[in-house]
Design a protein around this ligand. Structure first.
Ligand code: ADP
Ligand code: MG
Length: 244
């Protein structure tokens, strides 16, 4: 129990308008574990991630981060978000800020670091994603892959307890996907606790300790990476057959 980072119990999300996107999902993530969530579009993967970092409110269920319940009205959402890093498909960088300032902004305003300390940490995380030489560039002058590596560096700089990736390579041209996946793979190898929602099934199999297959708002199948080769549920078999 002591090394449990995240626990989700019977999570439901019904959107205003009535779509029951997540229908009772439970799972735990331990320190250093990387878990991949796969499944067709509309199966509720993004909804689960958005509930975890409180971009949306779950309709029902309990989410705990290191034992603290985080989906209650009394918790400070900014504090929760500073403990949970999120990397989106669409990067979400500030276009009017240089790469370095995109990273120092949260460190200065959320973490209360001095400008000097924030810059020195920012340089370190940029080096980790091999983007140090572009620290003075504006996002508009970077490739999609480079933007995503900056977004990863920004999340890392906050020293999150867990990192959530929502289809981090879906918006990238095929030739740019590899470098981003390499960065994520080395973070996993270094023991970062993470959830990766991805369509890159081969990557999920190689990097994740556990695979969760979601279908229509539920976990249809969960197991080690070997379930990619040997799925038991008919739905997962069908899903995987479209990716060969
Ligand atoms: P995935 O990430 O697996 O593609 P999503 O979590 O984005 O799936 O969506 C799950 C379901 O919830 C889909 O039917 C989608 O149309 C619906 N949905 C997602 N976001 C909203 C929203 N803001 N309002 C209403 N329905 C939504
Ligand atoms: Mg999604």
């Amino acid at each position: 129990m002591s090394d449990e980072v995240l626990s989700i119990e019977d999570l439901h999300k019904i959107y205003p308008g009535g779509v029951h996107a997540v229908k009772g999902i439970s799972f735990n993530i331990n320190e250093g574990e990387s878990v991949a969530i796969i499944g067709s579009s509309g199966s509720g993967k993004s909804t689960v991630l958005r509930c975890i970092n409180r971009l949306i409110e779950p309709t029902e269920g309990i989410i705990k981060l290191k034992g603290d319940r985080i989906n209650t009205p009394v918790v400070d959402i900014n504090e929760i978000r500073s403990r949970i890093g999120m990397v989106f498909q669409s990067f979400e960088l500030f276009a009017h800020l240089k790469v370095l300032q995109n990273i120092t902004l949260g460190l200065i305003h959320v973490r209360g670091m001095s400008k000097e300390d924030a810059e020195s940490l920012a340089l370190k995380v940029l080096e980790r994603v091999d983007m140090l030489d572009r620290k003075d560039a504006y996002p508009g002058n970077l490739s999609g892959g480079q933007k995503q590596r900056v977004a990863i560096a920004r999340a890392l700089a906050m020293k999150p307890e867990i990192l959530l990736f929502d289809e981090p390579t879906s918006a990238l041209d095929p030739e740019l996907i590899g470098s981003v996946l390499e960065n994520i793979r080395s973070l996993a190898d270094e023991g970062m606790t993470m959830i990766i929602v991805t369509h890159e099934i081969g990557f999920a199999r190689d990097v994740a300790d556990r695979i969760i297959y979601m279908d229509q708002g539920i976990i249809e199948e969960v197991g080690g990476p070997e379930i990619i080769e040997n799925p038991t549920s008919e739905r997962m078999k069908k899903f995987l057959s479209t990716w060969d």
